[in-house]
Design a protein around this ligand. Structure first.
Ligand code: NAD
Length: 326
């Protein structure tokens, strides 16, 4: 029997919430990301066409992730956001048009690889690491200070005695992931579905020694508040993070046209399998901070950035046909 729009929306919200729980809380996804993304886009389209059925607890209105049992909660005074996804050049052009319409002028973008790990936030006081936290739901995360101290690429002391909160991605290199799963298989333990889930499971361990044994790494890419750095754009900010002792991803590029952005995406689509870490796309950010400030945020994501998601490397899940009408 054909579902009503309200039933379709409710059904998609329920399914996505269940999948998100398995992914963010259990670190054991039950469907692959491409399938999740497809259902999510269907929900976005239905809710956009029928906003009367959109609820504030819909997965489209919340940053995924909750605090796991056993972890102290951390309140992020400045929230961590997600990103809006795009899947084609046409959608990137539409994003650029929205940006130009709001700002009234053309902008440069910075393209960064979208590292497939989990978002973390590191707080430094007087140049010393005092707190590590997961993104959680964006406002409340998990305290992972002791575990972060075991990750070798996270500096315990910065090159300058400043107070900052740095954010970025904690990930598991492909080689460590293969080794870890081999070992788990030999020990008769469940294997991790992918390096992202392995990283999330490893940084959220109650015993820091386990985290230390997992060979995690990081790429930091932003600050909660750029005030202390006196930088005016993302490219300068990343260079400054390098100078402070953080590991940033060096594959970034400033692009002045969407054709250049697309060329960057295509080149990494081809090089993706050769990288020693997993990426699931490219993040395209307005480079200039005053432009970013003018564009602002939605409830879930910045209006000054989008994540282009690569098509799935291989179809792992049979996409079930959902009858839906917008
Ligand atoms: P996201 O992964 O789509 O994008 C936002 C995240 O990108 C940020 O929080 C940040 O951690 C990360 N990121 C990596 N490199 C970055 C960079 N250079 N600059 C800025 N951010 C960068 O969003 P999300 O909310 O973390 O997760 C949603 C995605 O998770 C979905 O699109 C889906 O693919 C996956 N997911 C899968 C399932 C499943 O069951 N398979 C369930 C829930 C979510």
């Amino acid at each position: 029997m054909k579902q009503t729009v309200a039933e379709q929306i409710h059904d998609l919200q329920k399914k996505l919430t269940e999948y998100a729980y398995a992914y963010y809380v259990k670190d054991q996804p039950v469907v692959d990301d491409a399938y999740y993304d497809q259902l999510y886009q269907q929900l976005v389209a239905l809710e956009t066409a029928h906003p009367e059925y959109q609820t504030s607890d819909s997965p489209t209105q919340r940053v995924g992730g909750v605090v796991r049992k056993g972890f102290e909660k951390v309140v992020h005074e400045i929230p961590l956001y997600s990103l809006n996804d795009v899947f084609s050049k046409a959608e990137i052009i539409a994003f650029d048009q929205r940006v130009q319409k709001t700002l009234g002028h053309a902008v440069s973008y910075i393209c960064e690889l979208k590292i497939d790990g989990l978002s973390i936030s590191l707080k430094y006081e007087n140049g010393r690491l005092v707190r590590g936290a997961t993104r959680g739901d964006g406002t409340i995360g998990e305290n992972i200070t002791d575990n972060s101290k075991t990750v070798k690429s996270i500096p315990l002391t910065l090159t300058e005695p400043i107070d900052i909160e740095v954010r970025g991605e904690c990930y598991m290199p492909k080689a460590s992931f293969i080794q870890l799963n081999q070992k788990r298989e030999e020990e008769g333990l469940d294997i991790f579905a992918n390096p992202r889930n392995a990283a999330a499971g490893s940084i959220r361990q109650l015993d820091s020694k386990v985290t230390a044994s997992r060979n995690l790494s990081t790429f930091l890419y932003t600050l909660a508040d750029f005030g202390p750095l006196h930088v005016t754009n993302q490219a300068e900010a990343l260079t400054h993070l390098d100078d402070l002792g953080f590991r940033t991803n060096q594959e970034r590029a400033v692009c002045s046209t969407i054709d250049d952005v697309w060329a960057y995406i295509e080149s990494f689509h081809d090089k993706r399998s050769q990288l020693p870490y997993e990426i699931d796309g490219v993040v395209i950010k307005v480079n200039d901070f005053s432009d970013q400030n003018q564009l602002g945020f939605t409830v879930k994501a910045p209006r000054w950035a989008v994540a282009y998601k690569f098509p799935p490397e291989e179809a792992q899940t049979t996409i079930e046909e959902i009858e839906w009408t917008v």
